[in-house]
Design a protein around this ligand. Structure first.
Ligand code: GCW
Length: 714
């Protein structure tokens, strides 16, 4: 079937519709898929090139989705500029017209695409092609990404394929629609109304993800309930899967280890008990009947009170392999999380995942991938890369990052996280000598693994703007782009996002990307400078709590992490301390173990340092810390100034919300600085250097602050 689409008429209709909309339609709902009219020449050039959208495969739902996206976007972007008679042809080699073109599709794999200007039978056409429909869909979105930025080259000739196979969002969404560590309203999944009613948002969610190449969604919290595996809930998940499928997104579920026992169907959850294995096989069969392309399970086992195979004296590998066998006949996988630490293990928490998992290398089934957080503690504003990367060569490892900002100021602090993720991806593990980056572990190239993945803990909710703030949308965007290609630079991604989300005007884009690029370091500076970590208040992790030292589990206390006393501060992870450095390859261990080479980003992560020890700056450590806290606050003030200058260049609604959130961020940066200096000053007995502003209140004031209703804590 062929779609002939007349741009001129469609553009006229789009303009008429737009004229009827209220002016303040920019509430962030459209994300980076706004498709606003391009400026004069760019609009004409686009219109000349893409007059009609044609396909021979419109009956395919994925191709139909791609065509619909182009038909939605192009008339709007060309703003009524006349058609120059060009055409877009989209599809796969199933289309004889595409098969005849001799495109380099062999290079792009199952999900990649070719974008190329061709002349066929005397007609100029832009071809968007993939080996499979999803590749063509990704190609369409890539084309629109370039077009929206006003960045289309005169001749298009692009081939791309994703470097990572599983590009997943992990929703920590509960069945009652609350979201663990979610700061953007309720769960997007309206479980109560499913499966009978779906929400149009699900389609827009799928479009946004497909525009980035995200190809999977784990629908429920890793702190899972057994109920999510009952027929009732499988039907709900199946309905979501039906909506997401055309966009190349597979559904996965978090599985609670003890589900068969809690559902009263087995007497034990011992993975070596045949009845248990049989239950999971039957359960997998049942799920696959409802969701034929179900992706598989993610499991948080023997971690933070979750049940697991160790309850039966079995290993993580024995547990993972039993589940893996259940989904294997259907092509499913198991993502087994390495986020483990135990209250009865007196060893440094940062060492425990490595200690438990490294000995299991080579013991996992071939459809298991071990999911490792970027750092060894827990999504802190800055952590060194997790020592498991490079340490389990026989096991595929996927990287887990947190898009939602549990430890970086929730939704109201502006913190662009791509620099944090790239810092980890670029870190050199030295597992096989220089150049053995985490990215090469994650994309499988270091050890030749084909099962590869990146998971991001989603920041998506029911808020109109999806992510709680406009700038948090950039973190969703950046996660998807990095999962597609871990080598993309944070700077380039920020630029792409800003041009599409706001305006391609360089007067806006250049300063806003600079602001974004500095924003995560600002948070590090005012919360946890120089390698400090986990100083957040108890439970909800909102605001400072460095003084907390009375919680039941030692490693839940900020005092456990900073170890400040009258002489110094920092966690000695060298040979004289926990020796966590020894979990890294020798060159890395050597660098981290030496105060002179570790660098100030990780100084206090690996070393206990005297308050008066001189730093390379010539200042004492105490003075240096004070400088960092002040620098953090000053950075936020700088962001406010930048934003004041930029706001007039965009719509008032988003501009005002961003400005108001920066006010919150500034107040809280000051709160963090003042509370931290009040506390560390009292522990160290050191006075603030002359000219430094003292905290606004005394330490008991900060210690007394409570936030029983902070969002996201369940
Ligand atoms: O970051 C911590 C969070 C928990 C979370 C846990 C995990 C889902 O504080 O809320 O639980 O990590 O990753 O399992």
């Amino acid at each position: 079937m062929r779609t002939m689409f007349t741009m001129r008429l469609a553009a006229a209709i789009a303009l008429m519709v737009a004229a009827l909309q209220p002016a303040a339609a920019e509430d962030g709902y459209e994300l980076w898929l706004r498709y606003r009219p391009l400026a004069g020449e760019a609009a004409q050039a686009l219109a000349a090139r893409v007059g009609t959208v044609e396909t021979d495969e419109r009956t395919d739902p994925t191709i139909a989705a791609a065509v619909a996206e182009l038909e939605r976007a192009l008339p709007s972007m060309t703003g009524g500029a006349g058609s120059g008679g060009g055409a877009i042809l989209i599809g796969t080699p199933n289309s004889p017209r595409i098969a005849a073109l001799g495109l380099p599709l062999a290079r792009v794999g199952e999900e990649g695409f070719v974008l190329r200007d061709v002349t066929a039978n005397g007609r100029r056409m832009l071809v968007i092609a993939g080996n499979r429909p999803v590749g063509a869909l990704y190609g369409a979105f890539h084309f629109l990404r370039l077009a929206q930025q006003g960045a289309l080259p005169v001749r298009l000739d692009i081939t791309e394929r994703p470097r990572v196979k599983l590009r997943l969002l992990n929703h920590w969404d509960n069945l009652d629609r609350t979201v663990e560590r979610g700061y953007s309203g309720q769960s997007i999944w309206d479980w109560w109304k499913l499966p009978t009613a779906t929400d149009p948002r699900y389609v827009d969610y799928a479009r946004a993800n497909a525009s980035l190449g995200i190809n999977g969604a784990v629908l429920n919290n890793v702190n899972a309930k057994p109920d999510s595996l009952t027929p009732e809930w499988i039907a709900k998940a199946a309905k979501v899967a039906d909506v997401l499928r055309p966009y190349g997104i597979r559904v996965y579920l978090s599985a609670r280890w003890s589900a068969p026992v809690e559902l009263k169907q087995t007497a034990t959850a011992d993975p070596l008990d045949p009845a248990v294995a049989a239950w999971w096989r039957a359960k997998a069969d049942e799920i696959y009947r409802a969701i034929p392309d179900f992706g598989g399970f993610v499991v948080k086992a023997n971690s933070e009170g979750q049940p697991g195979p160790q309850d039966y004296k079995r290993t993580h590998a024995e547990g993972a392999n039993m589940l893996a066998a259940a989904v294997k006949p259907h092509g499913g996988i198991v993502m087994w999380r390495a986020f483990v630490y135990s209250e009865v293990d007196p060893d440094d928490r940062a060492k425990q995942a490595y200690s438990e998992f490294k000995p299991l290398d080579g013991r996992f089934a071939d459809n298991v991938i071990v999911q490792v957080k970027n750092g060894a503690i827990d999504f802190q504003p800055r952590e060194p890369f997790h020592p498991l990367f490079g340490a389990m060569p026989k096991t595929p490892l996927m990287l887990e990052v947190q898009i939602t900002k549990e430890y970086l100021g929730f939704a109201t602090h502006l913190a662009y996280l791509a620099p944090m993720w790239s810092e980890v991806l670029e870190a050199d593990t030295y597992a096989k000598g220089r150049g053995s980056t985490v990215a090469k572990v994650v994309d499988g190239s270091l050890e030749g693994h084909r099962l590869t993945g990146m998971a991001g803990v989603a920041n998506i909710g029911s808020d109109r703007n999806w992510s709680g703030s406009i700038f948090d949308q950039a973190n969703w965007y950046a996660f998807g782009r990095l999962a597609w290609n871990p080598a993309l630079t944070p700077q380039a991604i920020a630029g792409e996002w800003a041009r599409q989300t706001f305006t391609p005007d360089p007067a806006f884009v250049t300063p806003v990307t600079a602001m974004m690029m500095g924003s995560r370091q600002a948070v590090v500076d005012y919360m946890t400078p120089m390698g400090l970590a986990h100083l957040m208040a108890t439970g909800h992790h909102y605001g400072p709590g460095p003084w907390v030292g009375d919680l039941a589990r030692p490693e839940w206390n900020p005092t456990y992490y900073h170890r400040a006393d009258k002489d110094g501060i920092g966690f000695d992870r060298t040979r004289t301390g926990s020796n966590a450095v020894a979990q890294y390859a020798a060159p890395v261990a050597k660098r981290f173990a030496d105060k002179r080479t570790v660098g100030d980003d990780f100084l206090l992560w690996f070393h206990h340092v005297g308050w008066d020890e001189r730093q390379p700056s010539g200042r004492t450590l105490w003075e240096e810390l004070v400088t960092r806290y002040d620098r953090g606050v000053a950075s936020v003030e700088g962001m406010q100034r930048t934003w004041a200058g930029l706001a007039p260049l965009i719509d008032t609604e988003r501009a005002a919300q961003i400005a108001s959130f920066l006010v919150i961020q500034k107040e809280e940066a000051i709160w963090w600085r003042d509370a931290s200096l009040a506390y560390f000053g009292s522990v160290s007995g050191r006075k603030l250097p002359a000219g430094v502003r003292p905290p606004a209140h005394d330490l008991p004031y900060y210690e007394a602050i409570r936030h029983p209703y902070a969002p996201g804590h369940h």
